[in-house]
Design a protein around this ligand. Structure first.
Ligand code: 0X9
Ligand code: ZN
Length: 432
């Protein structure tokens, strides 16, 4: 009898394990990776980090630092742990580490029933289908404020809809264009975009303030195929690129933020389609997704006055140029000044201030949407906003409720400055 129970237990145990593996739960590539937060202080240490990123091994540089008190974050696989530690010691790096990094990932799966029962919470991460449903529902409930424009389909056929919010579309108001989610794993960015839509439409005060004399175009998920891929299993949680098949190799995906056609591929890119991070594509705008964003910019010349691309992480607010560290746009002071106002507004609301600088001063990388918006589409204010700090790409869902409203105050500041500079006289100088 005891034997029977043991063997039944054994069989169910195996089935249990198998089911788990089938869900991708126990199959996380990053489970045994170690996250190193290193704090470079000397020039030679910065040089070493540069080498690390360009070397062709399986160490993943998640973020570069900019000077003191800002970390460079590196994910190291188990077979490189000891040699990486030795290297860090040899180069006299200060560092913290977090073992078994992948085990801290939240499960991307969400039972559909829970969503139906509880409705759509703006403070949770959602599937692309649920996001689409939310947008459609908002638009059909508020036709006086929201118009949807279908831009086309992603590589895998997901419909991309631009959410246009306006109290008076005929007025020719200045437009703020916000996009998010060009990088698949940066889930907090689409969340912020959805929060913006929700708040602008549902909060009567926001309607009076942020929609007065200013229109908003919001594209919450620029890279839906990559986003869905990063949700399919914990092993894919760190996916960044699109999901297009390379015409010249067996690998997938292009870094959308290296794919824009302005000084394309001159710095900070990889030419290798199998590079997991910064492959620029085989030509500028090789990706349908970046073409669609480009077309929004180019088909609204003069009206779009501010472009903000939402990313994660590091709490940076950076402006052109991104392709080089050695020159700044002639009007950089205006870009800098507005960014500092936004940062102050977020800080006043209890949030972390942004580190403000040109993108190239952080690290040069060409082909970004911010440079194209400013340099080719001539949008006068253009930024990349890197949301949150302290949790890398896996920002905990339970922190959205506090963080998104703090960040919103930054957008409130953006709106009031854009209105003051560009709106018709009747909307100007009445900041609420
Ligand atoms: O490297 C990027 O694309 C952005 N950082 S992220 O960690 N979200 O990947 C920064 C882009 C800044 N803009 C340009 N370099 N043009
Ligand atoms: Zn990004």
């Amino acid at each position: 009898m005891a034997d029977k129970i043991t063997s039944l237990f054994f069989v169910f145990g195996i089935i249990g394990l198998w089911t788990q593996a089938g869900c991708g739960e126990s199959n996380n590539k990053y489970d045994n990776y170690t996250l190193f937060r290193i704090y470079p202080i000397e020039e030679s240490q910065f040089e070493f980090i540069k080498l690390l990123q360009s070397s062709n091994d399986d160490i993943e540089v998640l973020k570069k630092s900019r000077g003191y008190n800002d970390s460079t974050d590196v994910l190291v696989p188990p077979n490189r742990l000891q040699s990486f530690k030795d290297l860090a010691e040899k180069n006299h790096f200060n560092y913290d580490l977090k073992n078994q990094y992948g085990r801290s990932f939240e499960s991307p799966e969400r039972a559909p029933r829970r969503r139906v029962l509880r409705g759509f919470s703006i403070y949770e991460y959602h599937s692309f289908a649920a996001i689409q449903e939310f947008i459609d529902t908002m638009a059909s409930k508020h036709p006086e404020l929201i118009k949807l424009q279908t831009l086309g389909s992603s590589y895998q056929g997901r419909k991309m809809k631009l959410v246009k919010i306006s109290q008076n579309p005929q007025a020719g108001n200045p437009v703020i264009f916000v996009d998010a989610g060009i990088h698949a794993r940066e889930w907090v960015a689409p969340s912020m975009a959805l929060y913006l839509i929700h708040r602008l439409v549902m909060d009567p005060e926001a309607r009076k303030r942020e929609l007065r004399g200013v229109d908003w175009y919001i594209l919450p998920v620029v890279n839906p195929d990559g986003y869905e891929f990063s949700r399919t299993s914990k092993a894919n949680r760190m996916w960044r690129k699109t999901r297009s098949k390379s015409p010249i190799s067996n690998c997938y995906g292009v870094d959308g933020n290296r794919n824009y056609g302005f000084h394309w591929a001159v710095s900070g890119v990889s030419n290798n389609p199998c590079d997991m991070e910064t492959y620029a594509g085989h030509k500028p705008f090789s990706e349908l997704e970046t073409q669609m964003v480009r077309d929004v910019m180019l088909s609204n010349p003069k009206r779009i006055k501010l472009y903000v691309s939402l990313h994660a992480y590091g709490q940076y607010l950076v402006y052109p140029w991104g392709y080089t560290a050695s020159i700044l746009p002639q009007k950089w002071r205006k870009l800098d000044e507005l960014a500092r106002k936004v940062s102050q507004a977020v800080q006043n609301a209890g949030g972390q201030p942004f580190k403000v600088m040109s993108a190239g001063q952080w690290y040069p990388a060409a082909g970004g949407s911010d440079d194209f918006a400013f340099g080719a589409a001539h949008i006068p204010y253009s930024y990349t906003m890197e949301l949150t700090d302290g949790f890398e790409f896996v920002f905990p869902e339970n922190r959205l409720r506090n963080t998104l409203p703090e960040l919103y105050e930054g957008f409130r500041a953006f709106a009031s400055e854009i209105r003051n500079e560009f709106s018709n006289k009747r909307f100007r100088d009445h900041n609420v």
